[in-house]
Design a protein around this ligand. Structure first.
Ligand SMILES: [Zn+2]
Length: 644
């Protein structure tokens, strides 16, 4: 994503880039002291429990050999009602070895040819960043993570390694409402950056350090989530991180947490005028804490520039990137866009509760982490998307392995909305996501959104379902319940479920409570199936002075219907047919147009007839859902223009 044009043109280019990316089947580039009361937001789910963790980690980086040596002191709180006889730990970097699951899966999907590019070359269904690159890594380029020792409450525990997951057999089970201390020592080799984490990425950033430590898997009401690292990744235990990194003194570190010793390291972290007293020696030690997060990322380079930007009524923003003169205008444009966007973001999606957020150059596209993102090159669209993941993943911590549409789709929806705000575009902001979805349906590659993210048959089906169909879930919800109600649902969802792990039902329950409408049918059709929507104008006829307009449901997914009828004199009427499954009506969305509300359409009935008290020849147009929010796969039969 390269953007160097002003706001107005920027959006179009961003969209175009997105569509092209989809067609190339590379997943789109993606995106406390917490000052909020957590206890307040617990009220809605009195029986809700979740595990908690505290990591204290010390790590030393050998920048010659690209080896990390670290120790962890972990306090793990079992808040569940269950006795745990085992633990599972992620060792993500073991994916970056020839013949790993990630390697083989990427190459296998690469054998699926989805068409040809403009030059006639085959379009393969693999991630353009991964391809077959892992298979060609040399011994000093692969990644690995090894737990050298592990003790639980002072006792050694048996470990069984399954590539990227380690199973720990506990000699003493962890009983409900208790905690254990876990001590580990680990060693890791930083891989050449293939995907997300690694060293020496395409833009020459030395270290992009995500998924760099042994990370305890999440345990929730669905049990353990020992998800192998194949492509997608995010789910973690909420907790507090205390991280100390010792590295060559020439490196600037950008990280998730709040730096605790700015006057010992400098690099622009110190307050203006503060004196820096660096300890003697070749290395520097950086100390960060990150309270109430579910992961910790950091990056390091010897040529980073550090820009600090205060946001009014918001966090301190850090932009850490390699200075290239020709790119400075793009970075400045990105910074300006982020600053302009925050008041809108905070009003629409809820305020950002941490005191800091850092945009770090170091990505292979864009990848979200708590309080920070790794992005490749200065693209405002990518930066906004990744920042919106602070809402849809870093606060509303859905399980990406199971419900990727709830973080990617919701972040994508928010991105479209924020970019439209920045572009001052009052048109329909989501068309490219709708188009991606229609494209997938036509290609007959669609799978239900209940598919676990790594288990889709193709990358393109995963990408479009998670990003585009997930974004449509929210925009189309606005069509069903009304846009203002949908906006209130988003804020209430944020209020009730931030710092927790919501699932699809948790969201739908909030939507039902705020709209007063039944909405399980919407989840069941849109999320659980690949049934599509297709309504059509069937016929018009006049009896006496009344015109009858018959609407037909050709598709397999029922919906409430807005029909706008236009008359010769320029006036319009909105005819609203609620769906019986909703057991209610959406409120008036637009007071500028008269609305006639009909009795409910029973979903079993294929047709429904509405009436206009104008003669047939008075009518010049009939259109089902002119707002374009209903994802009708064939819009040609939605619209009728009449000439008399
Ligand atoms: Zn994303």
């Amino acid at each position: 994503m390269k953007i160097c044009v002003p706001f107005a043109a920027n959006k179009h280019l961003r969209r175009l880039t997105k569509v092209i990316k989809m067609k190339l089947n590379s997943p789109p580039i993606p995106i406390f002291l917490v000052c909020v009361s957590i206890s307040m937001s617990m009220q809605a789910q009195p029986n809700h429990w979740q595990q908690r963790i505290q990591y204290t980690m010390n790590v030393k980086v050998d920048v010659e050999k690209n080896i990390l040596n670290g120790t962890q002191h972990i306090t793990y709180y079992n808040n569940s009602p269950d006795t745990l006889k085992q633990l599972f730990i992620h060792l993500y970097w073991n994916a970056f070895k020839p013949n790993s699951m990630m390697d083989v899966r990427s190459r296998t999907l690469g054998e699926i040819i989805l068409g040809n590019d403009k030059k006639g070359n085959p379009l393969r269904d693999w991630d353009a960043r991964v391809k077959d690159r892992i298979a060609h890594l040399k011994t000093n380029e692969i990644g690995f993570q090894k737990i050298v020792s592990l003790k639980v409450n002072g006792q050694s525990a048996k470990m069984i390694e399954h590539e990227t997951i380690v199973e720990v057999i506990l000699s003493n089970p962890i009983v409900p409402k208790s905690r254990v201390n876990i001590e580990t020592a680990f060693e890791a080799q930083v891989p050449i950056q293939i995907r997300r984490s690694g060293r020496d990425n395409a833009e020459g950033i030395r270290y992009s350090m995500s998924q760099w430590y042994p990370k305890i898997c999440e345990y929730d009401e669905e049990g353990w989530h020992p998800t192998f690292y194949v492509a997608r990744e995010f789910y973690g235990v909420w907790g507090d991180y205390d991280v100390t990194i010792n590295i060559n003194k020439n490196y600037l570190i950008a990280a998730t947490g709040y730096l605790q010793n700015p006057t010992q390291v400098g690099f622009g972290y110190e307050n203006k005028g503060q004196k820096i007293a660096k300890p003697a020696g070749n290395n520097l030690t950086w100390h960060f804490i990150a309270p109430h997060v579910h992961d910790f990322v950091w990056a390091a380079d010897t040529a980073y520039k550090h820009v600090v930007q205060e946001l009014q009524n918001g966090p301190t923003l850090h932009f850490i990137y390699k200075k290239v003169d020709s790119l400075e205008p793009k970075w400045n444009y990105l910074i300006e866009g982020i600053v302009q966007a925050y008041p809108f973001i905070s009003k629409t999606f809820g305020s950002y509760p941490y005191k800091q957020y850092t945009f770090i150059q170091g990505g292979d596209g864009g990848m979200e982490y708590p309080m920070a993102t790794l992005i490749k090159s200065p693209s405002l669209g990518t930066a906004v998307h990744e920042w919106m993941h602070s809402w849809y993943q870093m606060m509303l911590g859905t399980n990406e392995a199971l419900y990727p549409w709830m973080d990617e789709g919701f972040a994508e929806y928010a991105t479209d909305r924020v970019m439209a705000f920045l572009d001052k575009d009052t048109g329909f902001a989501y068309q490219s996501n709708y188009d991606n979805y229609y494209h997938l349906v036509q290609a007959k590659l669609e799978e239900p959104m209940t598919t676990p993210s790594d288990h889709y048959n193709t990358n393109i089906a995963y990408s479009i379902a998670s990003y585009s169909k997930g974004a449509i879930f929210l925009e189309q919800l606005g069509y069903i319940v009304g846009a203002t109600v949908r906006d209130n649902i988003l804020l209430e969802y944020y209020k009730q479920w931030r710092f927790k792990h919501p699932n699809p039902n948790d969201f739908v329950r909030i939507a039902e409570k705020l709209s007063g409408l039944q909405l399980q049918w919407y989840k069941q059709y849109w999320v659980n199936t690949t049934k599509t929507i297709d309504y059509a104008i069937d016929s018009l006829w006049q009896e006496n002075k009344t015109t009858h307009i018959r609407i037909k449901n050709i598709g397999k997914m029922p919906m409430p219907i807005d029909v706008v009828v236009s008359y010769k004199d320029g006036s319009k009427e909105l005819h609203y047919i609620p769906l019986n499954l909703m057991l209610g009506n959406k409120p008036t969305e637009n007071t500028a147009i008269a609305r006639k509300i009909y009795p409910e359409w029973q979903w079993t009935h294929p047709t429904y007839t509405i009436q206009s008290n104008h003669t047939l020849t008075d009518i010049v147009g009939v259109e089902i859902d002119p707002s374009l929010r209903m994802a009708d796969v064939d819009r040609k039969n939605n619209k009728l223009a009449l000439k008399w």
